[in-house]
Write a protein that binds this ligand. Sequence first.
Ligand SMILES: NC(=O)c1ccc[n+]([C@@H]2O[C@H](COP(=O)([O-])OP(=O)(O)OC[C@H]3O[C@@H](n4cnc5c(N)ncnc54)[C@H](O)[C@@H]3O)[C@@H](O)[C@H]2O)c1
Length: 307
Amino acid sequence: MEEVSLSGRVAVVTGAGGGLGRAYALELARRGAAVLVNDTGGTLDGTGQTSAADAVVEEILGLGGRAASNQDSVSTPEGGEAMVAAALDRFGRVDAVVNNAGILRDKSFGKIDWDDFHAVQDVHLRGAAYVSQPAFRAMREQGYGRFVFVSSNAGTFGSFGQASYGSAKAGVIGLAQVVAIEGQRHGILSNVVCPLARTRMTESMLDAPEALSPEHVAPLVAYLASERCRETHQVISAGAGHFARVFTGLGAGWQADPAEVVSAEAVAEHMDRILDSSTYSIPLSAPEELEMLAPYVAARTAAGQAV
Ligand SMILES: NC(=O)c1ccc[n+]([C@@H]2O[C@H](COP(=O)([O-])OP(=O)(O)OC[C@H]3O[C@@H](n4cnc5c(N)ncnc54)[C@H](O)[C@@H]3O)[C@@H](O)[C@H]2O)c1
């Protein structure tokens, strides 16, 4: 098997003071990367600050790796800039960013407090953008880069009580896909991991601590952060050593009579065909979806109907 090496590479891992981020940082360092271990070290709801990142740096140094600690928050543009500047100052370049930092402030939709909602969005969605933009600029200069964004099944499929978290995590996928599209011509790849592991974030929901340990997710992150990775624009679910693609497909659908403006009743009657997912394609950008719709637009234009 060809080795997955990060030798000579520099990685920034946000929220790496514990849980999944710590496992990612250790695995990247074990494979040769110099790692900027970022974490504010707060509680699960994002309050407080501790030196959690320092302990992980000690661990990496103790194993003979290279690492530096950073406590900037991902949740402001200044924090993102400072973090990437710290990696550049310390290690000279930034090759990979793992946007892992996260908090939870779960509440059912009817009870949401907007300060909580915004705080969750600030860390997961805006935070990923604040860290990634300065890194993207540095990667563009060097013609090489790897982004690993972290989403969740709460974002892809929804989860009770997680409107703030789920919407932020779905937004992360949109962000990652645009970065993939804009990064490709600069040698920058961008993919998303939807992890499942027992950490402080999930300990009340998940049993089987060993089967669901973060170490089972870290190999995918190491691959996606490495030079060996060729994929981009992908979303992959990972937990307990099981890995699977998550995708948004476009069904074959139902085409109304091109000579008529369709009625709401006709839409209702054809809902089964509209929702049928036995045949689908997976567009890799918005223009690709438009190309797939082009024959229907052409048929309607030929029939003399306004599009
Ligand atoms: N554990 C799972 O099963 C699971 C499932 C889906 C997604 N995720 C995602 O994986 C990521 C890691 O979660 P985890 O389960 O390891 O939980 P965790 O709470 O152990 O890790 C999150 C880390 O992010 C840090 N952090 C919070 N706000 C920060 C900020 N503003 N700046 C920098 N660091 C900050 C925290 O201090 C913490 O160490 C999160 O993005 C989470 O949403 C986890």
